[in-house]
Design a protein around this ligand. Structure first.
Ligand SMILES: NC(=O)c1ccc[n+]([C@@H]2O[C@H](COP(=O)([O-])OP(=O)(O)OC[C@H]3O[C@@H](n4cnc5c(N)ncnc54)[C@H](O)[C@@H]3O)[C@@H](O)[C@H]2O)c1
Length: 274
């Protein structure tokens, strides 16, 4: 189902590494909606991931960039404009990494070098991207920048660890940079707070499959899939949402505003899990 929502638009998609990535689905959907895109990821992800396959299908150029490296980001923004033939209309930031989670360091026993890397990769990279794009005037008027986040930015979530702090910072950067970019260049900046989704990053969280199931039972509409996230995301890239900025928008089947659902009570009663 496509509506040519992004006909003639130029975009940059960070963070696709394999078919499970949220960015993979979003890149495909943006392409189907008529956009021309550039794909980016770290050199190491390019070596071990499958981004080349996606690039071939979408006829998209890959420009490698470590999202924490300012020179890489500058190179990306300059080359992407050359490759796509003009200013950028939309950017997806789908970048996250926590070595504390990978190495099972709990929140009350963090390694501080890892902690700084988590914040740098998963949140400060977003500020760098926006600041460099602003300096280069790389984003078209009413362009749209979207980053992906999780509700653990606002509430305490067991096992989400230092990524909760990174997401809180990411959402704060969205508001503060959104104000400046909106006033000065009419560029909008938002985050999508997505349901748990089975991806490489998601599955790194201890107990993720249980996390995923509980969320699905609590959400009145069930968890939102990667494809549904992609369909929602292209509306935020499109001209139909030109006055939405500085928002964190839940795309979670109603999870964030549900206390306790019938589905979850029935599940616990029927399985005698309580
Ligand atoms: N999967 C979920 O349950 C879920 C839910 C809500 C939000 N999110 C967010 O969605 C985004 C995408 O994650 P995903 O779940 O699709 O997993 P994923 O593992 O497919 O994507 C994470 C990406 O980040 C990239 N990355 C890591 N360090 C980088 C760096 N220094 N520079 C550039 N890229 C780098 C990885 O190469 C990878 O492509 C993340 O921000 C994640 O926190 C995921």
């Amino acid at each position: 189902m496509t509506h040519n929502l992004l006909e003639g638009k130029r975009g940059i998609i960070f963070g696709a590494i394999n078919e499970q990535s949220l960015a993979w689905a979003i890149a495909k959907q943006a392409h189907e909606e008529g956009a021309k895109i550039v794909l980016t990821n770290t050199p190491i992800a390019l070596r071990f991931g499958k981004l080349q396959d996606l690039a071939k299908t979408l006829d998209a150029e890959i420009i490698p960039a470590d999202a924490t490296n300012e020179d890489d980001l500058k190179n990306l923004l300059v080359k992407a404009q050359e490759s796509l033939g003009g200013k950028i209309d939309f950017i997806l930031h789908a970048v996250a990494m926590s070595s504390n989670i990978r190495k099972k360091r709990e929140y009350n026993n963090l390694n501080y070098t890892f902690y700084q890397q988590t914040l740098e990769t998963s949140a400060i990279s977003f500020h760098k991207l926006l600041q460099i794009a602003f300096e280069l005037d790389a984003i078209a008027e009413y362009g749209s920048v979207v980053a992906l986040t999780y509700i653990a930015a606002q509430r305490a979530y067991a096992r989400y660890n230092d990524m909760s702090d990174a997401k809180a910072l990411l959402e704060s950067i969205t508001r503060n940079f959104g104000m400046i970019y909106g006033e000065k260049k009419h560029v909008r900046i938002n985050t999508i707070s997505q349901s748990p989704t089975i991806t490489t990053a998601g599955s790194g969280i201890d107990g993720f499959s249980t996390f995923f199931k509980i969320s699905d039972y609590i959400s009145p509409l069930g968890n939102a899939s990667a494809q549904e996230c992609a369909e929602f995301c292209v509306t935020l890239f499109s001209d139909y949402t030109r006055k939405i900025t500085m928002q964190n928008i839940y795309h979670d089947g109603g999870f964030s505003t549900t206390g306790m659902s019938n589905k979850y009570i029935d599940f616990l009663e029927n399985t005698n899990k309580i």
